[in-house]
Write a protein that binds this ligand. Structure first.
Ligand code: ADP
Ligand code: MG
Length: 392
C-alpha cells in the first residue's frame, strides 16, 4: 500500500491538523490508561520539531452526536500537556468558532473537543470536513483505530488538504501488511475471545497463509460444537455453525491445521468464585460452561507458538479477568513472548491481558487498532487508508 508519509510532508511554519485516536478509557474524569496518548506522541513531537503548529482532534467513546460532559477530551488535554510539557489549548470546536486556535502560538498545542459530539462526524458530512480542513494547511492522519470508519475527520479531509499518514498509522500498516504478504513460516494464528462472528473473517483471509490456527476462548466452543462435541452450558453461536464447518473444510483443503482445546476449565455458574474443575472436552457436564482452556491444551499450544517465526494473537483464551480462569491466557502470553519470531497482538482485551502479565515490552508489535486491525487482516479496504492513498 502506497501511503503518503509524514516524513515527506512539508510542515515548516504551517498549521497541521492531526487526527489521532485518543479514545482512552476514563475513570473519575481522569485518563485510566494512557497507552493511546503515548502512541500519539512521536507524530506530534516530529511535527513540533519540524516547526509546525499542531492542532489535534479525536473521538472519545460513543456520545452519538450530542455533547456529553462525561466524554469530554479535557482529561486527555491534561494528559497531553503533562507528557509534552506544553500548554494545551482545548476548544469547543466543532460546536463553536475555532478563532482561538487560529492565532495560537507555536509553543502551544491545540486540541478540539470530542469530534463525535457533532452528529456530522459519523454522518461523514462534508460541511464538517470543510470546517476542520479550514483549521490547517496540512493534515496528518495517525488514528489507525479509526481508519475503518468512513467518518468526516477520517475520509473527508484528505481530498481538501496535503495529507499524510502519521508514524503510528504507518507502522500499523507495515506490520499488518507483513502478516498478510510476507509472514515467515511457521506462521501461527492464535484466536480467542468472545465471538466467532468477530473473527471468522480473519480466519478465512489468513487460512491459506497460516500454518496453524489455535483456537481458545468462548470462540472455541462453537468450533467444538461444529465438530459434534457437546459443550454443555457453554455459550455457542448456533447461527455460525454452518460457516464454521465450511471454514474448517477450507482449512483442511489448504493443509492448515485448526487446533481446538483438548481440555477446558469449567464451572456451573458465570462467576469469579464459582467452583471450577478441569475436564476433557468430550466430558463437559451438561450444566457446566467452559471458561478457560485446560493445562493439556496449554501443553499442546505453547510449543507451537514458541517455535513459530510469526505469531498473530487476538482474543483471550478464557475469562482472564478472573484469576481462576486466567491460566490459559497467561500460558499463551508467555509462549508468545518466548518465541523469537515476529509477534503481533491485537484487540483491546488481549492487550489488557498482556499488560496485566507485565509482558508488553517483549512483544514485537502491539496493534492498538482493535476493529481496524481485524478488518485489515480480513482483507477489507479501509476508507481512511483509501482516502490517504488517493492522494499519493
Ligand atoms: P479482544 O478485545 O482482545 O479482541 P474479545 O473482545 O473478543 O477480545 O474477547 C475478550 C473477552 O472474552 C474477555 O472479556 C474474556 O473474559 C472473554 N472470554 C474469553 N473466553 C471466554 C469464555 N470461555 N467464556 C466467556 N467469556 C470468555
Ligand atoms: Mg474486546
Amino acid at each position: 500500500m502506497k501511503l503518503p508519509l509524514l516524513d515527506d510532508l512539508d510542515v515548516r511554519g504551517k498549521r497541521v491538523l492531526v487526527r489521532l485516536d485518543l479514545n482512552v478509557p476514563l475513570k473519575d474524569s481522569k485518563v485510566a490508561d494512557d497507552t493511546r496518548i503515548r502512541a500519539a506522541l512521536p507524530t506530534i513531537e516530529k511535527l513540533l520539531d519540524n516547526g509546525a503548529t499542531v492542532i489535534c482532534c479525536s473521538h472519545l467513546g460513543r456520545p452519538k452526536g450530542k455533547v456529553d460532559p462525561d466524554l469530554s477530551l479535557m482529561p486527555v488535554a491534561q494528559a497531553l500537556a503533562d507528557r509534552l510539557s506544553m500548554k494545551v489549548r482545548k476548544t469547543e470546536m466543532p460546536n463553536g468558532p475555532p478563532e482561538d486556535l487560529l492565532d495560537m502560538p507555536r509553543d502551544q498545542l491545540g486540541l478540539l473537543e470530542n469530534l463525535r459530539f457533532d452528529p456530522r462526524e459519523e454522518a461523514n458530512d462534508p460541511s464538517l470536513a470543510m470546517e476542520l480542513a479550514s483549521l490547517g494547511d496540512a493534515f496528518v492522519n495517525d488514528a489507525f483505530g479509526a481508519v475503518h470508519r468512513a467518518h468526516a475527520s477520517v475520509v473527508g479531509i484528505p481530498p481538501l488538504l496535503p495529507s499524510a499518514a502519521g508514524y503510528l498509522l504507518q507502522k500499523e500498516v507495515e506490520v499488518l501488511e507483513k502478516l498478510i504478504d510476507a509472514a515467515e513460516h511457521p506462521f501461527v494464528l492464535v484466536l480467542g475471545g468472545v465471538k466467532v462472528s468477530d473473527k471468522l473473517g480473519v480466519v478465512r483471509n489468513l487460512i491459506a497463509k497460516a500454518d496453524s490456527i489455535l483456537i481458545g476462548g468462548a470462540m472455541a466452543n462453537t468450533f467444538l460444537a461444529a465438530r459434534g462435541i457437546d459443550v454443555g452450558a457453554s455459550k455457542i453461536e448456533e447461527d455460525r455453525l454452518g460457516e464454521v464447518k465450511e471454514t474448517v473444510e477450507r482449512a483442511r483443503a489448504s493443509g492448515t491445521k485448526i487446533e481446538l482445546p483438548a481440555d477446558v476449565v469449567v464451572a456451573t455458574e458465570f462467576s469469579e468464585n464459582a467452583a471450577s474443575k478441569v475436564v476433557r472436552v468430550e466430558r463437559i457436564p451438561r450444566n457446566a460452561m467452559a471458561l478457560d482452556i485446560g493445562p493439556l491444551t496449554c501443553v499442546n499450544f505453547s510449543p507451537e507458538i514458541a517455535e513459530a517465526k510469526t505469531v498473530f494473537w487476538n482474543g483471550p483464551m478464557g475469562v482472564f479477568e478472573w484469576h481462576q480462569f486466567s491460566n490459559g491466557t497467561r500460558e499463551v502470553a508467555h509462549a508468545v513472548v518466548s518465541s523469537l519470531g515476529f509477534s503481533v497482538i491485537g484487540g483491546g482485551d488481549s492487550i489488557a491481558a498482556i499488560n496485566s502479565f507485565g509482558l508488553t515490552d517483549r512483544v514485537t508489535h502491539i496493534s492498538t487498532g482493535g476493529g481496524a486491525s481485524l478488518e485489515f487482516l480480513e482483507g477489507k479496504s479501509l476508507p481512511g487508508l483509501e482516502a490517504l492513498t488517493a492522494r499519493s
